[in-house]
Design a binder for this molecule. Structure first.
Ligand code: ADP
Ligand code: MG
Length: 236
């Protein structure tokens, strides 16, 4: 499979309301190609809404999102989302779940197997999702996102329901895949540690506005016992 690259995002004065509920206000955000940005903030502050707008699943009330200079109006073909729940189809094999978005392509199986290899689950290709652990299901969900070779990976609290050890394994896996494929990544997380470990920048949203945009200058791989890490953790 060829190497993937990233997209550049430029968000300008983005506003989103649902009826009287003003969810996002005057969001300005520039994201470079291949950058890994974490988005943190309290429940209900508008994180998922922002990802959905970038994915083109939702329409902005005003303002714009440009991807490589072009305004995103409809479903974003470069983007794939991964959610907290794997959302696998129970009556389809692991392989078919991974290939679900590729069924019109002749080589969908090859692509799906490639994606399963990326997450270390090629041996489970012909299993039903129901026999997998929670962590394995999330690996399948990651493979399904990767199978399309997205230039933009949107991660909406993907590890939120996993136990601590599995979460650390998955963080390392996401880091490794991102290092190889250079797609642009946006990670919504409640876990400040996770944000600092994975991202180049941490953006804090409060009541629909960007309250902080903090670069993470630490070298990778990041050591959580580092004093610089701990200092950053206090700042976020
Ligand atoms: P977060 O992901 O930060 O927890 P969301 O972006 O999911 O927050 O939601 C922000 C606010 O917008 C919440 O108050 C939520 O109830 C509301 N909201 C989200 N989607 C819709 C929708 N489709 N219709 C009405 N309200 C919505
Ligand atoms: Mg959310």
């Amino acid at each position: 499979m060829p190497e993937t690259s990233g997209v550049e995002l430029s968000i300008h004065q983005l506003e989103k309301s649902f009826g009287h509920l003003h969810v996002l206000r005057k969001i300005d955000l520039q994201i470079a190609s291949g950058e890994f940005v974490a988005i943190v903030g309290k429940s209900g502050c508008g994180k998922s809404t922002l990802l959905r707008l970038i994915a083109g699943l939702e329409k902005a009330t005003s303002g714009e999102i440009r991807q490589n200079g072009k305004i995103i109006k409809e479903l974003n073909p470069q983007a794939r989302i991964m959610f907290q729940e794997a959302r696998l189809l129970p009556w389809r094999s692991v392989l078919e779940n991974v290939g679900v978005g590729l069924r019109l392509q002749k080589d969908w199986k090859q692509r799906a197997i490639w994606a399963l290899k990326q997450v270390g689950l090629e041996e489970r290709a012909h299993d039903w999702p129901s026999v997998l652990s929670g962590g394995q299901k999330q690996r399948v969900s990651l493979a399904r996102a990767l199978a399309a070779q997205p230039q933009l990976l949107l991660l909406d609290e993907p590890l939120g329901a996993l136990d601590a050890l599995t979460r650390m394994e998955m963080q390392a896996l996401i880091e490794e895949i991102w290092q190889q494929q250079k797609f642009t990544a946006l990670l919504v997380t409640h876990d400040v540690n996770e944000a600092i470990t994975l991202a180049d920048r941490v953006v804090l949203i409060e009541k629909g506005t960007i309250k902080m945009d903090l670069p993470i200058p630490l070298p990778r791989p990041r050591n959580r016992s580092d004093s610089a890490f701990i200092e950053l953790e206090e700042k976020v």
